[in-house]
Design a protein around this ligand. Structure first.
Ligand SMILES: Cc1cc2nc3c(=O)[nH]c(=O)nc-3n(C[C@H](O)[C@H](O)[C@H](O)COP(=O)(O)OP(=O)(O)OC[C@H]3O[C@@H](n4cnc5c(N)ncnc54)[C@H](O)[C@@H]3O)c2cc1C
Length: 404
């Protein structure tokens, strides 16, 4: 069997197949395996999540994800890694190697591959997969040709720095084999804005609720730590919605983010807070009052937008204008112009259509070819869900391909 790509999904596929008795060769374009895996989770590798469910994935994948997670879900992932000697810890359901090092995950996977006799070819780029008349495959790289009874395409998508090997080669190879591809977009990625009032200084980090809207219609709502810089917005709540935002932007639909900097307050509690602050109104400066209320860079942004000056005396601002300023903090609007590039993204939205694949990830019209990992039209939320898919799809395909 040949596995094209030695990332997360390729390595687990190699182990599943080799444990089943297959002779496995992994062809990896770069000079080592698991380059992207080593940088996941800020170098700590959030390898799965105890709370995983099909709802954590893109709408088109959810139906079949139930079945796949039943077959190789989070319990199977933890058992699998335990069998490799990796000690896993949970931080509120987010699973990490206890070492705190993503490189531990790569090490145990590589160790098991070598123990099982998996052969590695490094520095060769798979260019083409051809099905021969005898049912076997010829896998052509930029340097050699190899024969195989089954081929697993585990070449990843387009997200992450190019040095990780993520250059989208797999899409072209799949298309040559007659598989269809859904348009791809960067996902789990910062969103950019050309709004000139965004804070130009050090930027802002704040716990907030972000609602994404097309006109007045809400398309997503997320909560968590938001980062605002002069380029746009990022942070987990923004990244979570970014794939959906990218799809809408590509269809020419304008997207606005509405940020509530007081997400823990009910309307009544916020009214009471505003009332209390207004009762303090005296001959102090507006900027001093606001600096006790919210982040100073946000204050500056709101005052700039309202053409107000921090040096104004509160008594000169007037109660209705002061109330108007304070209520703005619950609905700070930022127009999104585009997503950041693939190299800043953690995953690719879109990819090889699941409709062209069987339940074991085998191509329906090219029997013996399997497609796994990020190359498929599957993307998950931030929090271990994308690696879960890499493990799930790689394991299922590895086992199935070795049984052919
Ligand atoms: C910065 C960052 C942080 C992330 N953190 C997390 C996290 O904490 N938790 C999580 O769940 N997900 C995380 N992800 C997402 C996760 O890394 C991916 O979903 C996962 O690695 C996809 O696995 P894969 O096997 O499909 O592809 P990859 O891991 O990208 O592996 C593909 C491999 O194929 C090789 N290849 C490509 N083309 C060819 C070719 N033509 N011939 C031969 N080899 C080829 C590549 O060099 C690469 O080694 C993160 C992503 C990034 C970029």
């Amino acid at each position: 069997m040949i596995i094209a790509g030695g990332g997360a999904s390729g390595l687990i596929a190699a182990i599943a197949a080799a444990r089943n008795g297959a002779a496995v060769r992994v062809i990896e374009k770069t000079e080592s395996c698991g380059k992207k895996l080593s940088m996941t989770g800020n170098g700590k590798c959030n390898l799965a999540n105890l709370k995983v469910s099909s709802e954590d994935y893109n709408a088109d994948a959810r139906g079949r994800m139930k079945l796949w997670l039943k077959e190789f879900g989070v319990n199977e992932v933890t058992e699998f890694f335990s069998s490799l000697g990796l000690v896993i810890v949970s931080e509120d359901g987010y699973l990490y190697p206890i070492s705190g090092q993503a490189s531990s995950v790569v090490s145990v996977l590589m160790g098991e591959c070598l123990r099982l006799g998996v052969e590695f070819v490094f520095g060769e780029q798979v260019k083409r997969v051809i099905k021969n008349d005898d049912g076997f495959f010829t896998v052509k790289t930029d340097k050699n040709e190899y024969g195989a009874k089954a081929v697993i395409l585990a070449m990843g998508g387009l997200a992450g720095p190019k040095s990780t090997g993520s250059t989208g080669d797999g899409y072209y190879i799949c298309e040559q084999l007659g598989l269809s591809k859904k348009d791809t977009f960067p996902a789990l990625v910062p969103l950019l804005s050309s709004d000139e009032t965004l804070p130009s200084k050090s930027g802002v980090r704040a716990i907030a609720r972000v609602t994404f809207m097309i006109g007045d219609g809400e398309i997503a709502k997320e909560y968590g730590e938001v980062q605002i810089t002069e380029k746009g917005i990022s942070g987990i709540p923004v990244m979570q919605a970014s794939g959906m935002v990218a799809e809408h932007l590509a269809k020419g639909r304008p997207i606005t983010a509405s940020i509530d900097f007081f997400p823990g307050y009910s309307d009544g509690e916020f009214d009471a807070l505003v009332k209390r602050l207004m009762s303090l109104s005296d001959d102090r400066k507006l900027g001093d009052l606001l600096d006790g209320f919210c982040n100073s860079n946000i204050n500056e942004m709101i005052l700039t937008r309202m053409k107000m000056s921090a040096g104004m005396k509160i008594k000169n601002v007037g109660p209705s204008m002061l109330a108007c300023i304070l209520y703005k903090y619950r609905d700070v609007r930022i127009d999104i112009s585009r997503t950041d590039d693939y190299k800043k993204a953690q995953v690719t939205r879109g990819g090889i259509s699941l409709g062209d694949l069987t339940d074991t990830l085998e191509a329906k019209n090219a029997k013996g070819v399997f497609v796994v990992g990020e190359l498929c039209d599957v993307d998950g939320r931030c929090g271990g869900y994308n690696l879960q898919w890499a493990w799930t799809s790689g394991y299922i395909a590895g086992e199935a391909a070795s049984s052919l």
